[in-house]
Write a protein that binds this ligand. Structure first.
Ligand code: SF4
Length: 352
């Protein structure tokens, strides 16, 4: 397995890492076994989170007795220092380890959120304190918005980022990757296959990400042994894409161009209460997390609100706000038509 340095951390990470979301689909036993199988195959970077159900509880037993072979990155969405420190203690307990290699602010996607979490007494202070106490080794943050991550990188506080990057979500390639290189920040990539959407020619899609030399590792989500085998093979045989392979990627990009939400956070804010960012990935979330998990938040209310998009007075303005030309009202109308019956049925079954 090829390895790369993770920015200024000095850690050498396998270029194929393992994401933490899909492992929820396994039983405990199978999840632990899959982590061990991946380690046996040379994967040494494991991205986890307190919010990824069952992920840490399976990773902990999997690395027992071989902790030094694994680089564990976890994260939490706490806003203030006290809660962040509690989250780290809980992760240490669940993982049954004395230290976590990298702990990150989870899901920092808006500038005001970054400001809140890095203000005095914010979650970043909790990370710094935990690092001073030896509970974590390095500090990072994750998010979908390349502009927000770049501002964070330029503070020189963060050692590692976790960012969406694939041949459709190319924003990090504009300036973020170079900024990370300049500031010695390690780049780890989430959703290299767009969250299981870019699975046609998956090997080429993964190599497209890895051919950016600032990227240290791709954290591909896996829950079946054949996925580990296929992804490890890509990493073991990694080479730059040739001209024909680049054309395949270009064809795929063209095919998806106007339908694929890049999660760029550069479109307008809906004045009618729709959280456009989360609704634009409704298909992805439904597939990955399942209805129960989605309905625990305000997903049902949001699906209801998308009723407005089919007859919205400012639909043209909404449509024009996407820098990638994705037809937001059309996609959100599809969300409404597809998921409203599902939401109503769920509510009917759980009424009273
Ligand atoms: S079409 Fe109208 S209601 Fe729908 S997201 Fe855009 S602005 Fe909001």
């Amino acid at each position: 397995m090829q390895k790369r340095m993770l920015g200024r951390t000095g850690l050498e990470v396998s270029i194929m890492g393992m994401g933490g979301i899909p492992i929820r689909r396994c039983s405990d036993e199978d999840g632990i076994a899959l982590y061990q199988y991946a380690m046996d195959k040379g994967v040494n970077y494991f991205d986890a989170a307190r919010g990824y159900k069952d992920c840490q509880t399976r990773l902990g037993p999997a690395v027992k007795g071989r902790r030094e072979q694994a680089i564990i990155a976890s994260k939490d969405g706490s806003r203030d220092a006290e809660r962040m420190m509690e989250a780290i203690d809980e992760s240490l307990r669940i993982l049954d380890t004395d230290y976590i290699d990298i702990f990150k602010l989870h899901g920092v996607c808006q500038f005001d959120d970054l400001q809140q979490r890095t203000a005095p007494g914010g979650a970043l202070d909790g990370l710094i304190k935990a690092r001073d106490q030896g509970k974590i080794r390095f500090i990072g943050l994750s998010g979908h918005n390349a502009d927000v991550l770049q501002q964070a990188v330029e503070t020189d506080v963060f050692d590692v980022i976790l960012v969406i990057f694939n041949y459709m979500n190319t924003a990090p390639a504009e300036t973020l990757l170079d900024a990370c290189e300049k500031h010695g920040v390690g780049v780890t990539v989430m959703k290299p296959l767009g969250g299981s959407v870019l699975t046609q020619h998956a090997d080429l899609a993964l190599r497209w990400v890895l051919q950016h030399e600032q990227v240290s590792t791709v954290c591909a989500g896996m829950w079946r042994q054949w996925e580990v085998d296929a992804n490890v093979r890509v990493a073991e045989e990694f080479r730059q894409l040739d001209e024909d392979e680049m054309q395949v990627i270009e064809d795929q990009r063209q095919m998806r161009d106007k339908m694929f939400c890049r999660l760029c956070y550069r479109h307008h804010k809906c004045p009618n209460g729709i959280d456009v960012d989360s609704m634009m990935i409704a298909d992805l979330c439904y597939t990955r997390f399942g209805l129960d998990a989605m309905m625990q938040g305000n997903w049902g209310e949001q699906v209801e609100l998308t009723r407005q998009c089919a007859s919205c007075d400012i639909a043209d303005e909404c449509r024009a706000s996407c820098p990638h030309g994705v037809d937001i009202p059309r996609y959100l109308t599809h969300v409404h038509v597809t998921y409203m019956p599902v939401v109503e049925q769920y509510r009917g079954m759980h009424a009273g």
